[in-house]
Structures are given as C-alpha cells and as structure tokens.
Design a protein around this ligand. Sequence first.
Ligand code: FAD
Length: 258
Amino acid sequence: MNILVVYAHPEPRSLNGSLRNFSVKRLEEAGHAVQVSDLYAMNWKASLDANDSRVAPRDLRFDPSLDSKHAFEHGLQSEDIAREQEKLRWADTLILQFPLWWFSMPAILKGWVERVYAYGFAYGVGEHSDARWGDRYGEGTLAGKRAMLVVTVGGWESHYSARGINGPIDDILFPIHHGILYYPGFDVLPPFVVYRTGRTDEARFATLCDELGRRLDDLANTAPIAFRPQNAGAYDIPALTLRPEIAPEMNGFAAHIG
Ligand code: FAD
C-alpha cells in the first residue's frame, strides 16, 4: 500500500517523534511505500489566506471558498497545497498523528486540513439535487481510501470514558473522524489512542509499539467505523436529518453510526 503519514509535533525527540519513527520503520519493513508530511519540519503555513493562490483574488475581496475553487480549477494553488493534494491522491491510507491539544488537533494540522482540502478537491464535489447533496460523507474525491488517527493524550483513559469528565474520546474525535475524514470519502478506522502519556517509560514504550505495530499490520483488514452514508437512504434530503425510522431512540454523534 501507499501510506501517507501527516505528523504534527514540534519536537523530533518527543513520544510522538518516537512513535512516528517506529511506524515508518514498521510499515516500510512490511513492504509499504511511506511518505511523511512532517508539518513542523516543513515549516507548514497554517493560516488559510489570499496567498494560497498564485494570483490575486478574483475580486478585491478575498473569498476563502470561491478563491480556493478558482485556484484549484485553474492550477493556481500555491505549490505546497498542490503537493499535499498529490500525496493524498497517491495514498491508499492516510495516518494523521498528533498530540491532543485542547481537545483537538494542533493548529498546524488544522491549517493543513483547511488549506489542502480545497473547494473542488475535498468539498463542493458531485451532484446537488433533490436526491443527492453532493458527494460527501462516504463518497467524494477520497473515497476508497482508508484513514486512521494516532493520538497521544495527557489525560487518563477513565477521564475519556462514557461518563468521564472530558467526555468520551469517540465524541471528542467525532469532528475529525466524521467531519474531516469521512466527509471527503475516507473509510475511517478506529483510532489508536495513547492515554496518560506522562507515565511512559522504556517498558511502556515497548508495549505501545507492540500495540501500534499490530494496528499497522492490520490496516488493510480492520473494519472501519460504520458511519452512515449520506446518499444511501438513511437521511432525508435536503433536511439532512436521519429518517425517523433510523435509530429513533438515538440523538447526537452516536446516531450517525449504524
Ligand atoms: P512527550 O512529552 O515527548 O513524552 C511523554 C513521556 O514519554 C515523557 O515522560 C517522555 O520521557 C516519554 N518518552 C518519550 N519518548 C520516549 C521513548 N522513546 N521511550 C520511552 N519514553 C519516552 N492532554 C489532554 O488529555 N487533553 C488536552 O486537551 C490537552 N491539551 C494540551 C494542550 C497543549 C497546548 C499541550 C502542550 C498539552 C496538552 N495536553 C492535553 C497533553 C498532551 O496531549 C500530551 O502532552 C501529549 O500527548 C504528549 O505527547 P508528546 O509526544 O508531547 O510526549
């Protein structure tokens, strides 16, 4: 497989750096082709703005969506964006690896998503009609590819359990899993989460590598999270609410998993 690791940690000697090195070695030894986008090392520009196009905004007023569409359609995107899109086209599997910072991904990685996911590339694709609301949530440019998060977390596993004070980890990661990965078409695998990172020593690191190694060995066979596709009948269109007969007792994030 072709595997793209998009990695966001500023310190190569961190736990994240060690886990990233382990993953790349493991995947390459298994015969996969691996590319790493090491965002801090690349000095990745995190903010989406008018400089993301190689021409001035079509209008005097910069429009983040429409200028992105224009640049994408006319080959005018800045080269760093086009390069990352090419890596995504190349990849069969995407791994996003990051420390949980303020209950989400580090800003530099959010900026990678905002800039690389151009209008016409990751959103705004497909037919919009009474029966369809574009190719998204299970369909789209990146359909047929797999994605998985590798996340390190300072808090304990219990803090992120069903009744834990931080909220369940599946809820915290839902906007990334469903909104960032499933939306443009990825099949999303269950995440690999390392809790209580401060308690890592040599012995625990070895255990973590064993566990992560098994997940990497199994990338092609792991069942994805069963998110409900948008255009397959579970949702009323255009309201885009679940039809009344689908999981009538459920609300919120969990209702979108079948
Ligand atoms: P490091 O600090 O590099 O390492 C963690 C431990 O692993 C250290 O003890 C280190 O000695 C050891 N270690 C590293 N490499 C190895 C190795 N090769 N072998 C053996 N031991 C090793 N946590 C939450 O739960 N929720 C939050 O919302 C949250 N927000 C945060 C916001 C910010 C801005 C910051 C800075 C932290 C936040 N944290 C939060 C904590 C954060 O998630 C953890 O600090 C992070 O996941 C740890 O990953 P790291 O790679 O930085 O670990």
